[in-house]
Design a binder for this molecule. Sequence first.
Ligand code: FE
Length: 132
Amino acid sequence: MKKIIKSDQEWKTQLSEKAYNILRKNGTERAFTSDNFPKLSGVYSCVGCGAELFNSNAKFDSGSGWPSFFQPIEANVVEESIDKSLMMTRTEAHCVRCEGHLGHIFPDGPAPTGLRYCINGGALSFKEVKEN
Ligand code: FE
């Protein structure tokens, strides 16, 4: 996949303050503050670069207050790294195309993967896909 690389100033200009803090500064939105929870069929994309990241059919209600998915839309669109901030060791998830921070991955999700991609709603944009 072709990477999208921009300067910090370019990202700051392009993104909302909320999206910039999440994607470029590894920020976390407060729980239950995301308006990105439609119970509709569709696709969630990176708000930084537009890459398609998650399908609603992998979304589940984790009760955490953040959009939660058990897998990305394709294996190679979300990448993991180790995050040792806040005196914890966590698995961080970021967009492969723009390297924007999305959230964290926890090993307490549902079948079939057992994973919980705990994603900031402010890092995603949703597009409904009408089913026939
Ligand atoms: Fe991206």
